[in-house]
Design a protein around this ligand. Structure first.
Ligand SMILES: [Zn+2]
Length: 64
């Protein structure tokens, strides 16, 4: 299964109603509306998946 990067829904690449290529990777979407949302700002969705977790570093200024 592939994941719709816009709404995070799982989509079957064989039956996905929409898809888009970005930087050599094919993304699948649950609907044309999600694909259009992705096309508006692909970096927003492709970067989120890979960098969201590592960027949430714990800050040194946490209360103690
Ligand atoms: Zn979707």
């Amino acid at each position: 299964m592939a994941k719709d990067p816009v709404c995070n829904m799982e989509v079957d690449p064989g039956t996905a109603p929409a898809r888009a290529d970005h930087n050599g990777t094919t993304y699948y979407f649950c609907s044309e509306a999600c694909r259009q949302e992705f096309e508006k700002d692909p970096e927003k969705y492709t970067a989120t998946a890979q960098e969201a977790a590592p960027r949430r570093r714990r800050c040194c200024r946490r209360k103690s």
